[in-house]
Design a protein around this ligand. Structure first.
Ligand code: SF4
Length: 335
C-alpha cells in the first residue's frame, strides 16, 4: 500500500516538475526582452476592461495562522482585488502567473510580460453596490493582495470602495507603494480606527529600487507616506521586503537594512515586518535576466535564516520592534 502511495506521489512530483519547467520556459520567452521593455513608457501597457464579480471581498491566505492563513499579519483572512495585472512591474512579483491562470485565456494575456497588462473593472460601481459590506463589519480586509490598489490607472476606485465600506464598519489594511494614497488621507483620518496604512520598502538605495521596481516611487517617497499618515494619527506599517540576497547591483544587505531601520527609527511606524526574496512562479527568471546573476532556490531558503537574524539585529540596534515572516523556519545560528 505504502509503495503504491509512494509511486503516485513520485509521479505527481514529476508531473509538477514538468509543468514548472514549461512555465519557466514560457516566462523566459516572455521576458527575454524585459530590459528593453522596462525602458519603454506606459503607452506599451495593454489596457482592457473586464467584468468583476461581487461580492468584492474574497477569502485570503495572507493572514495569521489563527485566522486560517499562512502566518502573515495582513488581514483577518480577507482581501479585495479590483484589477488584473499591476503596472508597477516589480521584477520580483509573483502575481503574473496567478492573473494569467485565471484571466489569461479569456483576455488574451499570454505572451505579455509582467507589468504590461492591466484589466480595469467596467462594472465597479455595480459591484460596490452589490457587496453587502456590513457582512464584514469589524473584520480587517487587505487592499490589495495581487495588485497595487493605488495605481494611477485605477484611481478613484480605491476611494469609492472605502467610502462605501468604512461607514459599514469594515476595517482595512491598505498595502501600497504609491504616494497617490496621500490623496485620500482625509478619508483615512476620518476613519482612522478602521485603517492600517502600510507601504513596502525593499531597499534604501533609489538606484537599486529603480531596477527592481521600475515604475514605483523611490523609497524616500514611500517613507514620506508613512510619516505623513503617522502625523495624522493613522495606524501605519512598513514591510521591509523583499530583502534581496547580495547581488551585483546591491552587495551589502547589512548596510542597506541599517539605513532603512535608521530612517524608520525616526518615523516610528506602528508595525514593521520583514521578508526575504521568495522564488515563486517564474519570478526568478526576470530577476536573473535583469540583475545578470543566478539565485538558486535552495540557497535562498538557506539565506532566509541569516536575513531573519540580521533583520532582528538591526531592529534591536535602533530600538524598534517587528516581526519577520520566514519562508523556512530555521535553527538560529550566528552569522
Ligand atoms: S506593486 Fe505589488 S503587485 Fe504590483 S508589481 Fe509590485 S509587488 Fe507586484
Amino acid at each position: 500500500m505504502e509503495d503504491k502511495h509512494q509511486k503516485y506521489s513520485l509521479a505527481a512530483k514529476k508531473a509538477w516538475e514538468t509543468i514548472r519547467k514549461k512555465k519557466i520556459e514560457q516566462s523566459r520567452k516572455e521576458n527575454a526582452d524585459i530590459k528593453g521593455f522596462l525602458n519603454f513608457n506606459m503607452k506599451y501597457v495593454v489596457q482592457k476592461e473586464y467584468e468583476i464579480k461581487s461580492p468584492l471581498i474574497k477569502k485570503s491566505k495572507l493572514a495569521s495562522k489563527d485566522k486560517g492563513g499562512i502566518g502573515k499579519d495582513l488581514s483577518e483572512g480577507w482581501a479585495i482585488n479590483f484589477a488584473v495585472g499591476c503596472t508597477h512591474a516589480c521584477i520580483f512579483c509573483y502575481a503574473d502567473s496567478l492573473h494569467k491562470r485565471v484571466y489569461g485565456k479569456k483576455y488574451n494575456l499570454s505572451g505579455i510580460p509582467w507589468g504590461f497588462y492591466l484589466l480595469i473593472p467596467k462594472n465597479i460601481d455595480e459591484a460596490i453596490e452589490k457587496t453587502n459590506w456590513s457582512k464584514w463589519k469589524g473584520k480587517e480586509v487587505l487592499m490589495s493582495s495581487t495588485h497595487d490598489p493605488y495605481l494611477p490607472q485605477l484611481y478613484p476606485i480605491p476611494r469609492k470602495i472605502l467610502e462605501a465600506a468604512l461607514p459599514e464598519g469594515v476595517r482595512f489594511c491598505i498595502q501600497t507603494r504609491s504616494p497617490l494614497v496621500l490623496k485620500d488621507l482625509d478619508l483615512l483620518e476620518e476613519y482612522k480606527d478602521q485603517i492600517r496604512l502600510q507601504v513596502s520598502i525593499s531597499t534604501y538605495y533609489p538606484e537599486f529600487a529603480h531596477l527592481i521596481e521600475p515604475r514605483v516611487a523611490p523609497p524616500k517617497a514611500r517613507f514620506e507616506i508613512i510619516k505623513r499618515a503617522k502625523e495624522r494619527g493613522i495606524d501605519t506599517g512598513v514591510i521591509v521586503a523583499p530583502i534581496f540576497p547580495p547581488n551585483p547591483a546591491r552587495k551589502d544587505i547589512s548596510k542597506d537594512l541599517d539605513l532603512i531601520m535608521k530612517t524608520l527609527a525616526k518615523i516610528k511606524p506602528d508595525h514593521i515586518y520583514g521578508e526575504m526574496l521568495h522564488a515563486r512562479g517564474a519570478n526568478l527568471v526576470m530577476i536573473e535576466t535583469l540583475l545578470n546573476t543566478r539565485f538558486k532556490k535552495e540557497e535562498l531558503l538557506e539565506m532566509d535564516g541569516e536575513i531573519e537574524y540580521l533583520f532582528y539585529e538591526k531592529l534591536a540596534k535602533y530600538g524598534l520592534s517587528g516581526g519577520y515572516w520566514p519562508e523556512h523556519r530555521y535553527l538560529k545560528k550566528s552569522i
